[in-house]
Design a protein around this ligand. Structure first.
Ligand code: PRP
Ligand code: MN
Ligand code: MG
Length: 185
């Protein structure tokens, strides 16, 4: 077993650059949601880290809830099905919902979730996405608060996993090929 830092091929986005952008978007959202009592929803597990930074940078009182969804099994390819592992504990009818997501890859997860929240009667549904991979987008979703656009590489860190690991890395990085080959297992 190697230290996380020894398994990184390339850092794509530094911790400081990530947090600067997340804080900037949180400040913008704080202006937009004044007087609206917004409900922030993080899509677990990947969005847990970005939710913490984003919500702490908001300057108005907000409510926070979590929904656990998965469309990627243990591999690097979407399974094409959304599995609800854990649902909200909040009734969102009439609420202004701001979804906080770590990455939009194909858009499948958020396309499903936005429709689901509208079906539940949300007054509005908007998205903050820390990362977007435009080259892979198959289900276009309307993203109000944008972080970074990244190339079509499998990335980990700041909540994003490979086989459930590397979520604890504090930047966005590409792993060495040896990791995917299981050479450090
Ligand atoms: C990842 C990521 C997004 C989703 C993006 O989650 O965190 O939620 O995939 O892919 P898409 O745009 O193609 O739907 P994953 O299913 O791996 O679950 P996790 O958050 O628990 O890692
Ligand atoms: Mn996710
Ligand atoms: Mg994942």
């Amino acid at each position: 077993i190697k230290d996380v830092q020894d398994t990184i091929e390339e850092e794509l986005i530094s911790h400081d650059d990530l947090e600067e952008k997340i804080v900037q978007m949180a400040h913008r959202a704080s202006e937009d949601y004044k007087g609206k009592n917004p409900l922030l929803v993080a899509v677990l597990k990947g969005a847990a880290n970005v939710m913490t930074t984003f919500s702490q940078a908001m300057t108005i009182p907000v409510e926070i809830d979590y929904m656990s969804l998965s469309s990627y099994g243990s591999g690097t390819q979407s399974t094409g099905k959304v599995l609800v592992r854990h649902d909200l504990s909040t009734d969102i009818a009439g609420r202004h919902v701001l979804i906080v997501e770590d990455i939009i890859d194909s858009g499948f997860t958020l396309d499903w979730l936005v429709k689901e929240f509208k079906r539940r009667g949300a007054a509005s549904v908007e998205i903050f996405a820390m990362l977007e991979k435009p080259a892979r987008l198959k289900f276009p979703v309307d993203v109000k608060y944008k972080g970074f656009q990244i190339p079509d590489k499998f990335v980990v860190g700041y909540g994003l996993d490979y086989d459930e690991k590397y979520r604890n890395l504090d930047s966005i990085a590409v792993l060495k090929p040896a990791v995917y080959k299981g050479e450090y297992a």
